[in-house]
Design a protein around this ligand. Structure first.
Ligand code: TRP
Length: 360
């Protein structure tokens, strides 16, 4: 069986380093591993509209931001198909049919949707489209026969729900859809990178993000203002590394070669942590190191972004071509789905003959 990746992001803002370690960096590695037959990367504008219905311009503007972030991070249009969700109208058709296989109470149990409803104060008036977006996400995944969905931990409930839909569909209508597997980051720090203020999640509205497109100066400022262990008041004090954002970021970003290059006093992160925990190591030193590590990772991304920013028409062409290809693939799947559901009335000669027999 071919190995196919589908994943994507809502275009509601620029992508930040949480997106990067949670999924984007992995996608680039998977893309370059050559192990996958097809890779589809979707800009989920239709999903973004489920909770931004009154802000179409925001979604529109962020399509380009996300596309630039993708290309800058190293997604290569020669190897990965980057496309825009709303262009592939087959996805909404699939969503409509899959809706019959999902109950309201099942949707209400989805913990990510539950949390998002709370966060957006939707409790009293949940838009139906938002409530049902896990179904549309199942359409996104199955339309491309994805076997592998590399996403962050918050997407786990979506994958579970998708797998249930696949199972139900195949049980009711016969083996048609491919069962996808989730692929989570293997490093725990990457599962959910906290904001620079130590809050559990990076989010634009909290103003606690480091963006892939931030300037060198912005990144430095943000790193130097990061929360650390509040109990670590004097340099001599023993410090906590667990739950300490600076160390979580180092877990997510630092590699042994960064120590060799920037801080050869330590062989690696474990030694650095031990020193911090013993006491005698100040936060500023650790932050300066983190800044160097981050800059080393982000500099090539920033550089590529500058290049792509000079080629906006080419980026639109990449999206147009990717969307065209995505439409063709989704159309094939929709055809199979309709055949399985017995709603393919004109391309089934056997059925026409059968009806002919019946009325003879
Ligand atoms: N829900 C994802 C996000 O918020 C975006 C998304 C839409 C997606 N459809 C998908 C991710 C299908 C993986 C697979 O970022």
């Amino acid at each position: 069986m071919s190995k196919i990746i589908l994943t994507g992001d809502r275009p509601t803002g620029r992508l930040h380093v949480g997106h990067y370690v949670g999924s984007l960096r992995r996608r680039v590695e998977l893309q370059n591993s050559g192990e996958y037959d097809k890779i589809f990367i979707m800009i989920a504008d239709a999903q973004a509209l489920t909770d931004n219905a009154d802000q179409p311009e925001k979604v529109r503007q962020n399509i380009m931001e996300v596309a630039l972030d993708y290309l800058s991070a190293g997604l290569d249009p020669e190897k990965s198909t980057i496309f825009i969700q709303s262009v592939v109208s087959e996805l909404t058709e699939l969503t409509f049919y899959y809706s019959n296989l999902v109950t309201v109470s099942r949707l209400q149990r989805n913990p990510t949707v539950k949390a998002e409803i709370q966060m957006r104060n939707f409790e009293a008036s949940i838009p139906v489209g938002f409530f049902t977006y896990p179904i549309s996400q199942a359409a996104d995944i199955t339309a491309f026969k994805a076997t592998t969905v590399p996403v962050g931990e918050d997407q786990m409930p979506m994958l579970e729900q998708c797998r249930e839909i696949v199972h139900k569909f195949n049980t009711v209508y016969g083996e048609t859809l491919v069962m996808p597997d989730i692929l989570l980051p293997d490093n725990k720090a990457c599962l959910r990178l906290p904001g620079i203020d130590g809050k559990a999640k990076m989010s634009k509205s909290l103003g606690n993000c480091i963006y892939l497109s931030d300037t060198e100066q912005d990144v430095r400022k943000k790193v130097m203002s990061m929360f650390t262990d509040p109990g670590h008041l004097r340099v001599e004090d023993p410090g906590k590394t667990e739950g300490n954002p600076v160390f979580i970021y180092l877990e997510a970003f630092s590699r042994p070669e960064h120590f060799a290059q920037f801080w050869p006093d330590y062989a690696g992160l474990d030694e650095l942590k031990a020193h911090y925990e013993r006491g005698g190591l100040g936060d500023v030193k650790v932050k300066k190191f983190l800044n160097k590590v981050l800059q080393a990772e982000l500099a090539p991304i920033r550089q590529r972004r500058k290049e792509w920013e000079k080629r906006i028409p080419d980026v639109y062409e990449i999206l147009r071509e990717g969307s065209r290809e995505a439409c063709a693939v989704a159309a094939d799947t929709l055809k199979e789905v309709k055949a399985a559901m017995r709603i393919n009335y004109f391309d089934d000669d056997a059925m026409i003959r059968e009806q002919e027999e019946k009325y003879r």
